[in-house]
Design a protein around this ligand. Structure first.
Ligand code: APR
Length: 180
């Protein structure tokens, strides 16, 4: 086992045929807007029915569901912190989201996982700080992982640039860019 390869993907996470896509959910796990909304729409109503029995999720934690109608085998739902200025433990809670998602993916024996930029939309986390926390956490918790590929998905070229800068800052050799 080695450190997974990191890939930057610009596009819609719902189209990715990976073992798991990560959903930036809220604590109810009952859907919402943003990437949560598109994942639920693409997965179909069975996802909501399944999530109802998960009984919510704490901020910084993550829970697993099947992918249902999605090309991805599974969805890992995580609840990022709402940005409140940076003095309310947001950085550690965001890092915890990425850590918990990796833990769940490794426990399932997954080889590939795709992340959106957790908390970088409705939850208003500053994009540079959030992507730096994400990449640093992912690299720190996967030195010898069964995961082979980690996809960092951007829904805009601005976010793709943040992912690339965070990967470059973490390691000059990491962070190859692939268009969808
Ligand atoms: N594919 C990939 N990334 C996407 C997609 C998509 N189809 N749609 C949106 N994004 C990006 C956004 O551009 C942003 O960079 O996902 C990132 C996370 O944004 P949000 O989805 O708004 O998630 P977040 O900021 O974590 O807020 C979570 O929003 O949708 C509600 O129910 C959700 O209450 C929760 C809150």
């Amino acid at each position: 086992m080695t450190m997974p390869r990191f890939h930057i993907i610009e596009g819609d996470i719902c189209t990715m045929a990976v073992d798991a896509i990560v959903n930036a959910a809220n604590s109810t796990l009952l859907g919402g807007g943003g990437v949560d909304g598109v994942i639920h729409r693409a997965a179909g109503p069975a996802l909501l029915a399944y999530c109802r029995q998960l009984q919510g999720c704490d901020t910084g934690d993550a829970k697993l569901s099947p992918g249902f109608l999605l090309p991805a085998r599974a969805v890992i739902h995580t609840v990022g912190p709402v940005w409140r200025g940076g003095q309310q433990g947001e950085a550690e809670l965001l890092a915890s989201c990425y850590r918990r998602c990796i833990q769940l993916a490794e426990a399932e024996g997954f080889k590939s996982i795709a992340f959106p930029a957790i908390s970088c939309g409705v939850y208003a986390y500053p994009h540079r700080e959030a992507t730096e926390i994400a990449v640093a956490t992912l690299r720190r918790c996967t030195p010898n992982s069964a995961l082979q590929n980690i996809y960092l998905v951007a829904f805009s070229s601005e976010m793709a640039a943040h992912w690339a800068a965070a990967c470059a800052a973490a390691s000059p050799s990491a962070g190859s860019r692939h268009a969808l």
